[in-house]
Ligand binder design. Structure first.
Ligand code: SF4
Ligand code: SF4
Length: 455
């Protein structure tokens, strides 16, 4: 009888070893498919080591073996419980609250970059903001975005990015348009469902709806023909949509392929926003698309309030399944819509507090290492957009290293979603997941080589 119990114990022990080893083997297969070669090596070693240890103990008979097996099995069960029980010791306060003062689009770095020296607009801006002139001279002294003189110049990807930007220019005059005279009677729930499903068909990763709030809007236009115009958007709703950026292209950051990919997804998200806005106008309601370079609002803030994610350490929207590896566009409208739920994503904030991988990898040291600070009635991490943009103007691309190393940016598949579930579920798992991410992918993962068809 005692012998039988011992045999069962021995078999259970080996079975657990096989399960753990298989998990590492599964990780190995996924890592091969994802071309994550460091993770392939680590999973291989862990898989072989685990099965060897468990098999050796299983086969080797020694004194007090049943007791040792019971102790080892208890430790394993305890570890699993500690990792997977929904323990939340200290969750960060839920996100930022509402900014009190609106941002002026003229102050953002992209608007300042569009100022042409010697023009009235240029002189007026720096007359009113003399403290910014010296700082901005730094990026003006660099070759500039997509310049052939920039350090990551590569003719094909730069030409492709240019083509995307040229097409975005074609879209811009269509962000607004004529509204059909006949107003259709619509049901808020039905039309919301329609837009969400159509959006999915068109290629969006996620769509959410929020009330359009004052703090979403810039105070004044900072780009294009309407420079300096006060923004008076009175729409009631904002539809935020995200588009996935290709993982392999993002992994090559900060080389030319990253700007090729980001402009591609600005184009795709902008096209879909235009389609949705046009669709709504055809139903007899007002709608305006907010696309790259033609914004009246701050997209990440809208997307956050539409339940699509949280604002992370690098200042971008962190979606629960793709992290920052998305581009956003928005449609504001008056058509009746159903508001989206806003899940509690404070686990993302807690993970960002301990992770700091983007701050470590940032070549211009523009991402803060400290905790969130209160500015303009909001609790947030504020990146140094000037040093970041100066780096962009030096290398010629929009860098994206922060996005490419972020643990949330891993592909949207079972393995990574299971880890994301653990991260959202448990304070302890978050700490464990970070150690594992560093082990499998490196603390500062290397930039990938360009795909063969480009290099
Ligand atoms: S890299 Fe880490 S700290 Fe940075 S945004 Fe991603 S999860 Fe947050
Ligand atoms: S884009 Fe590059 S330079 Fe800018 S914050 Fe991210 S890593 Fe730093």
């Amino acid at each position: 009888m005692v012998l039988l119990k011992y045999d069962i114990l021995n078999i259970i022990f080996l079975s657990i070893g096989i399960i753990i080893s298989s998990i590492f083997f599964y990780t190995l297969i996924i890592s091969i498919l994802e071309k994550e070669y460091r993770a392939v090596k680590v999973s291989f070693l862990l898989s072989i080591t685990t099965i060897s240890i468990f098999l050796t103990i299983h086969l080797y008979n020694f004194k007090h073996k049943p007791i040792v097996l019971i102790i080892l099995l208890s430790i394993i069960i305890l570890l699993v419980l500690i990792l997977f029980l929904p323990i939340q010791f200290k969750l960060s306060p839920k996100s930022i609250s509402s900014p009190q003062q609106k941002h002026d689009e003229r102050d953002i770095i992209f608007s300042r970059n569009e100022l042409i020296p010697e023009t009235e607009r240029f002189k007026n801006y720096y007359k009113n903001n003399p403290e910014k002139e010296l700082i901005d001279n730094k990026f003006r002294s660099k070759p500039g975005l997509l310049s052939p003189k920039s350090s990551f110049y590569e003719p094909f990807s730069y030409a492709a990015a240019h083509a995307n930007l040229q097409l975005i220019e074609v879209l811009k005059p269509h962000i607004n348009g004529e509204i059909a005279e006949k107003k259709q009677t619509v049901d808020a729930s039905k039309i919301t469902n329609y837009i969400k499903n159509w959006g999915k068909l068109l290629g969006t990763h996620s769509i959410g709806i929020t009330q359009l709030k004052e703090h979403h809007l810039y105070s004044h236009k900072g780009r294009g023909n309407t420079y300096g115009k006060a923004i008076t958007n009175s729409h009631h709703y904002a539809i935020a949509l995200t588009i996935e950026m290709n993982n392999e292209m993002v992994k090559t950051a900060p080389q030319g392929t990253i700007i090729m990919e980001s402009t591609q997804q600005y184009l795709s998200s902008g096209t879909i926003a235009l389609q949705i806005a046009g669709f709504i106008r055809n139903l007899g309601y007002s709608a305006q698309a907010h696309i790259d370079g033609s914004y009246e609002l701050i997209c990440p803030l809208v997307a956050k309030d539409a339940g699509l994610g949280e604002i992370g350490r690098m200042g971008l929207l962190m979606t629960p399944k793709l992290g920052p590896r998305v581009r956003i566009a928005v449609v504001t409208t008056d058509i009746p819509l159903e508001l989206s739920k806003t899940p509690d994503y404070s686990s993302i904030i807690d993970f960002c507090r301990i992770c700091k991988k983007c701050a470590d990898a940032c070549p211009s040291r523009s991402i803060p290492f400290n905790d969130r600070e209160k500015t303009n009635n909001t609790l947030r991490w504020k990146i140094n957009s000037e040093s970041c943009f100066t780096y962009w103007c030096t290398i010629g691309t929009d860098c994206g290293r922060c996005m490419s190393v972020c643990p949330y940016s891993h592909p949207n598949n079972f393995l990574h979603n299971f880890i994301r579930f653990g991260i959202a579920n448990s304070y302890i798992f978050r700490r464990f997941a970070l150690i594992m991410d560093d082990l499998f992918y490196g603390r500062k993962p290397k930039s990938w080589k360009l795909p063969k068809w480009i290099s």
